[in-house]
Ligand binder design. Structure first.
Ligand code: SIN
Ligand code: FE2
Length: 223
């Protein structure tokens, strides 16, 4: 299947009184521009605590490649990869400890963003935290390790901008390119739940709160 949509702010924008504006990417997927901005202070404080307890690390793929994106997790489950495969684990394999709990500010943000996108009752039990530095990228993939595919994915972008690739149901389908900036939230679920997506190599940049980094929080219902 080939995606034929084109992105035009003016075709799809609809002003959202409280937080920003929304852009539909396709049936089941929407960008909520600046949706996380009002919560940035609480989010960054919580992030700081998590990272102090469970530092970012570069995981290794089943193919043996070190990922350019550094990762950690919070919540009941964390997504991990090593040479044996991908999985959700209730413990940080590095320390053997449970992951830090999901902060209330994270839960609230994920829940309200999902509801705004049309997915009510989203209660994530996993949050993968990705840290990108310039040059880091995430190749096209599907999020399909989760048990319950009826729950959406809620993805929060913080820090320097990135080019998000949002594709079809086949890796070869030409993806949309969507620039994501600080505070933007992408929600995909329902008919869009298994679309391929990724991040182009990050360009240099500077953000007043996150220096040369991009942080992405991806909320999932893993179990
Ligand atoms: C992901 O697919 O897990 C992350 C996407 C992103 O960094 O925006
Ligand atoms: Fe993903």
């Amino acid at each position: 299947m080939t995606m034929t949509m084109t992105m035009s702010l003016f075709d799809t924008a609809e002003y959202d009184q409280d937080h920003g504006w929304r852009q539909e990417l396709c049936d089941g997927a929407v960008v909520l521009r600046r949706f996380a901005l009002p919560d940035e202070t609480a989010i960054l404080a919580a992030l700081h605590d998590i990272v102090a307890r469970t530092p970012f690390r570069h995981m290794v793929t089943p193919g043996g490649f070190r990922m350019s994106v550094a990762m950690t997790n919070c919540g009941s489950y964390g997504w991990v990869t090593d040479t044996t495969g991908y999985r959700y684990d209730s413990r940080d394999p590095q320390s053997g400890n449970p992951w830090p709990g999901m902060p209330a500010a994270f839960l609230e943000l994920a829940h309200t963003a999902a509801a705004r996108a049309g997915f009510s009752d989203f209660v994530p039990d996993a949050c993968l935290i990705n840290r990108y530095t310039p040059g880091a990228r995430l190749s096209l993939h599907q999020d399909k390790n989760e048990q319950d595919l009826s729950a959406p994915i809620v993805s929060v972008s913080l820090g320097i901008p990135a080019c998000f690739l949002f594709g079809g149901y086949q890796r070869e389908d030409k993806p949309l390119r969507v620039r994501l900036t600080h505070g933007d939230v992408v929600v995909w679920g329902g008919p869009a739940r298994l679309r391929y997506h990724g991040i182009m190599p990050l360009k240099d940049g500077h953000h007043p709160l996150l220096d040369g980094h991009r942080i992405n929080l991806t909320f999932r219902k893993a179990a």
